[in-house]
Design a protein around this ligand. Structure first.
Ligand code: SDX
Length: 439
């Protein structure tokens, strides 16, 4: 223990217990960018105290080299590259390679990576029976949680997570199979036959084909839709320690197999405060219905006694415009214009007007509430023909690479330990069992 009189390091902070007057010096760690971090790993051992931070508003749960967000400036970078640049100049496979391996692929690496992914796109035929067990009208996210969890029944014995090669094969499997599973969940819900993956198509084209083609007629993949799909995948690929990624890391910290860990991430993503918001945004816009009703909903969002919140608005980290929402809004215009359905799709105008009014309102300005990634994505997905219930499933397809990259990073970290938060106990103590229970 460092005592109060010792020379203070510049990279430390001093904690004073105002009850006893005792002081402790805590080391501070600098990242390459971003806020400095107080290292409290020895805090309990030295002081006998825990920190209290429900919702992890001030806690860095790990160190990572994958994604960086500057929430005040509205900057998002993967492995040091800005999201706007990746969305403009790369495809989803480039971004998957970047997240998983640390660098963008050269052409030889790209060919190999695409082969590694497409090699695993099919599902074991026996897995079809899992789908049949679900109700016909099951939500695709319910199906995905179940089916992805069931993948561990097929690969548990062949996934030694201490072996880097097996970890990489499991990672490729997951990225490859997720679109197949999501498309099958959709096909099952509409009563159409499953469509097998086609490895001659790009990742996005293959997903569109598995989702929208039927055996009875030819399906022409629109390049506009394929590009939009690919961009949506890029924009959702990773977002550092969000709720679902933290869930994957927490599940994986015990050494659980990666398929089960990703299933837990899907479950966490489903909630309306997280990935489920894209679905909720569309329902909200439909409920608002017309521009003249916007003020009524803005008032409701501001009312503490009304549970209504403006879906697609606000973010734990961004106190500025989410850079993904900007790209998404631009894509939205392009897709509606290129499909020639701008006039039939009043929701985009409604969303833009809602955004304009909210961003001029003192409540939203003071609380720094801006549109997030989910605000515009639902409008594009609807225009592309996806039912609302598929929106979060698409988020899960895209986020799989982020989850798996973060899981790999954790497993490879020699310092990683099982995640085990502590608590502030506020319950009863020392109660005696009633006599009636003692006989
Ligand atoms: C995603 O974390 C990630 O990185 C997630 C994500 C990713 O890529 O992984 O970016 C994806 O999950 C995007 C977020 C999608 N969710 C929504 O759009 C749902 C609506 N937004 C929220 O409920 C909320 O803003 C959160 C959940 C996104 C953030 O929650 P926080 O950080 O816990 O903030 P908070 O709810 O405590 O809000 C702070 C204040 C509160 O008011 P006060 O109690 O201080 O008076 O802002 C208010 C809130 O009531 N507020 C809103 C609001 N969001 C916050 N008021 C009205 N409408 C809103 N949308």
């Amino acid at each position: 223990m460092t005592n109060a009189n010792s020379e203070k390091s510049q990279n430390s902070v001093t904690l004073t217990d105002n009850q006893s007057g005792q002081q402790w010096e805590l080391p501070v760690i600098d990242g390459t960018v971003g806020p400095r971090v107080i290292d409290i790993r020895k805090l309990y051992g030295e002081t006998g105290m825990f920190t209290y931070d429900p919702g992890f508003t001030s806690t860095a749960s790990c160190d990572s080299e994958i994604t960086y967000i500057d929430g005040d400036k509205g900057i998002l970078m993967h492995r040091g590259y800005r999201i706007e640049d990746l969305a403009e100049h790369c495809d989803f496979m480039d971004v998957c390679h970047l997240l998983l391996n640390g660098d963008l692929p050269d052409s030889k690496q790209k060919t190999k990576f695409e082969h590694d992914i497409t090699y695993h796109t099919m599902l074991h035929e026996q897995m079809i029976y899992f789908f049949r067990g679900f109700r016909r009208d099951s939500h695709p996210m319910a199906v995905m949680v179940g089916v992805v969890g069931a993948l561990s029944a097929f690969y548990h014995d062949s996934t030694d997570i201490t072996d880097p090669h097996q970890r990489m094969v499991a990672s490729h499997r997951m990225i490859a199979k997720m679109p197949t599973i999501a498309a099958m969940a959709y096909k099952y819900s509409v009563g159409q036959p499953f469509v097998y993956p086609r490895n001659d198509l790009s990742y996005a084209e293959n997903f569109l084909n598995m989702t929208f083609s039927v055996p009875a007629e030819e399906y022409k993949i629109s390049p506009t839709l394929a590009r939009a799909m690919d961009r949506i995948f890029i924009l959702h690929a990773d977002h550092e320690q969000n709720a679902s990624t933290s869930t994957v890391r927490l599940a994986g910290s015990s050494g659980a197999n990666p398929f089960a860990c990703i299933a837990s991430g899907i479950a966490s993503l489903w909630g309306p405060a997280h990935g489920g918001a894209n679905e909720a945004v569309l329902r909200m816009l439909q409920e608002i219905g017309s521009k003249d009703r916007i003020p009524e909903f803005i008032e409701r969002a501001k009312d503490k006694n009304d549970p209504f919140r403006l879906m697609g608005f606000g973010h734990r980290v961004y106190k500025n415009y989410d850079p993904r929402a900007k790209v998404m809004q631009k894509s939205c215009h392009e897709v509606l214009d290129e499909l020639g359905i701008r006039k039939q799709e009043p929701l985009l105008d409604l969303a833009m007007e809602l955004e304009r009014i909210a961003l001029e309102d003192d409540f939203f300005v003071e609380k720094k509430l801006f549109p997030n990634v989910d605000f515009y994505s639902g409008i594009i997905l609807k225009a592309m023909g996806f039912p609302t219930s598929m929106f979060t499933a698409l988020f899960a397809v895209a986020r799989t690479v982020g989850w798996i990259a973060q899981w790999n990073e954790m497993v490879e970290d020699p310092n990683h330990r099982i995640s085990r938060p502590r608590q502030l106990y506020q319950g009863n103590t020392g109660r005696e069992l009633p006599e009636s229970f003692k006989s």
